[in-house]
Ligand binder design. Structure first.
Ligand code: SAM
Length: 288
């Protein structure tokens, strides 16, 4: 059963968001486009067939577009657009091109001069942020961190001084090591929110300090299962004494200079207190 309507679509690439769990989280307009598009480019055609079947939409217009064939598939999509046809792009869940295939296709279609139009809807990062209760006006969506510990810690070091809520995607089999690295790089004071299985049967949203996070995760094996978004409170919420610009300058200088010199220069550049900067430099160095 669906409430969408078949219509003649203008020639364009439609970037269509699909549910991240609950199949009812799809817009009426997304259904209209999926019913009407001449071709549907899907990350996994079997997965998308299931979604289409659920809404009694014919699944005979599917083509595969995934990370291993995106450029070749983009050529095919452009050939379809050149014939005046319409193409819908979907990924396995959520919004295409957000930690999912699609960005290369969109760039190539735009470069070829065809219209690209978004059909907005579910996205795990924004759903998690909306229910996390981290009161910060700004956020940074990072997506997946590197798989290997050394690269992951290096990536996290780059984010230490940012005064924004940080949003990560993480796989369940890496959740323990990832949270352990978050704690060792950011220290124990910041807040973490585990947004797990959003919109699904076992949805849970848990907030605690990074110091408590591993104990909570290990408290029940079910807490490590399913799909996760991790949110970490930004630096500004922690360091009331030192403003975000001073934090940032100090962190950058510490990459290049010995601690004492970095602090001296940071005092001159930012005007912040020597003692405060020195204490902060010590804690940044020790978490590195
Ligand atoms: N394009 C998708 C979007 O718009 O959110 C993200 C795709 S990415 C390959 C998949 C990751 O998104 C998962 O590993 C997990 O981190 C997050 N995710 C997807 N669905 C989720 C859900 N229902 N609950 C929590 N996290 C989810």
């Amino acid at each position: 059963m669906h409430s969408g309507q078949k219509q003649k679509l203008e020639c364009a690439l439609y970037v269509v968001a699909t549910p991240i769990g609950n199949l009812r989280d799809i817009s009426l307009r997304a259904l209209d486009v999926l019913i009407s598009a001449d071709t549907i480019a899907a990350e996994d055609t079997r997965n998308t067939s299931n979604l289409l079947m659920h809404y009694s939409i014919a699944a005979n217009r599917l083509m595969a577009l995934h990370q291993h064939n995106e450029r070749a598939a983009a050529e095919k999509v452009i050939a379809l657009l050149a014939r005046g046809l319409s193409v819908a792009l979907v990924s396995d869940a959520g919004t295409p091109a957000i930690s999912d295939p699609g960005a290369i296709l969109v760039a190539e279609v735009r470069a070829a001069g065809y219209r690209v139009t978004p059909i907005p809807g579910a996205n795990a990062a924004l759903a998690a942020l909306s229910a996390a209760g981290l009161p910060a006006p700004h956020f940074l969506f990072y997506g997946f961190l590197p798989n290997k510990a050394a690269a992951r810690c290096r990536a996290l070091q780059e984010l230490i001084a940012l005064p924004y809520t940080l949003i990560f995607y993480e796989a369940p089999h890496r959740i323990l090591e990832c949270v352990s690295d978050l704690q060792s790089v950011f220290g124990g004071d910041r807040q973490i929110v585990f947004a797990r299985e959003i919109t699904k049967l076992f949805e849970s949203i848990q907030r605690c300090s990074l110091a408590e996070a591993l104990v909570w995760l290990n408290g029940d094996p079910n807490r490590q299962r399913g799909e996760f978004v991790l949110l970490i409170s930004g630096m500004a919420a922690q360091q009331e004494g030192l403003n975000a610009d001073a934090e940032h300058v100090l962190a950058e200088l510490l990459h290049e200079l010995p601690l004492k010199q970095a602090v001296q220069l940071a005092v001159r550049i930012t005007g912040a207190g020597r003692n405060e900067l020195y204490q902060r430099a010590l804690s940044l160095k020790s978490s590195a």
